[in-house]
Design a protein around this ligand. Structure first.
Ligand code: ATP
Ligand code: MG
Length: 205
């Protein structure tokens, strides 16, 4: 172990004391105790969907019920789907997508799938048991105009008090960002796809 002299230890104590005061004041300044948040995960970097599922897992830890609606994925198997199945009816899972648009190449089918997913999302929003709702890749459905942006933003703004909603996907619409409480832009610094590495089990799906 490194030797720490008394002067250094005292400096550290003083610094931490000051930091704690700042921290405590910051916490005390927050007047809103509880609020259902509208959260947006966007950007080109990897981790938007998995971070949303991390929040779902955190909520499940409190014995709550979560909803998941997948707007794009669903045509293929993922590890998270099986893992969340272990929570039984505390996870309301709906994969409504038909796969990526460039795979289906059928506009009418894509629009119908997005609309069915959105109807499912509305039903889950109305269910008082649901504490957190993940709208996975809804930004993609909005980007391609498969859904009415005005309807989505208005419905999300009018969500029941206490309900947390996480919307994921690249190219989030400015109107959605405007309506949100918490927005994170995932930045791509490096991705193994660029080096020719295929999608990995447990990492990508
Ligand atoms: P994840 O589902 O792993 O959290 P994500 O939701 O952020 O990723 P999407 O935009 O939904 O990413 O893309 C789906 C897939 O594309 C992911 O499996 C991911 O590995 C891959 N991907 C994400 N970002 C990049 C990138 N910058 N370059 C190449 N592939 C990417
Ligand atoms: Mg995603």
């Amino acid at each position: 172990m490194t030797d720490i002299d008394e002067a250094e230890a005292a400096r550290h104590r003083e610094k931490m004391k000051k930091r704690k005061e700042v921290q405590d004041a910051e916490v005390a300044s927050k007047a809103i105790a509880e609020k259902g948040l509208l959260i947006v995960h966007t950007g080109k970097g990897k981790g938007k969907t998995t971070a949303a599922f991390g929040l779902a897992l955190r909520m499940l830890g409190y014995g709550k019920t979560v909803g998941v609606v997948q707007f794009v994925k669903g045509a293929w198997h993922t590890g998270e789907r099986d893992a969340f199945a272990a929570f039984g009816d505390r996870v309301r899972w709906h994969s409504m997508g038909e796969g990526f648009t460039w795979e289906t190449q059928d506009l009418q089918r894509d629009v119908a799938a997005a609309e069915a997913a959105w109807a499912q999302a509305k039903a889950l929003m109305a269910d008082p048991d649901v504490a957190l709702l993940v709208l996975d890749e809804i930004n993609i459905a909005l980007r391609y105009d498969y859904l009415s942006l005005a309807d989505v933003v208005e419905t999300l703004r009018g969500r029941r008090a206490g309900l947390h909603v996480v919307a994921t996907g690249r190219n989030a619409k400015p109107e959605l960002i405007e309506a949100a409480d918490l927005v994170t832009e995932f930045e791509a610094v490096k991705h193994h796809f660029a080096a020719g590495v295929k999608a990995q089990e447990g990492i990508e799906f």
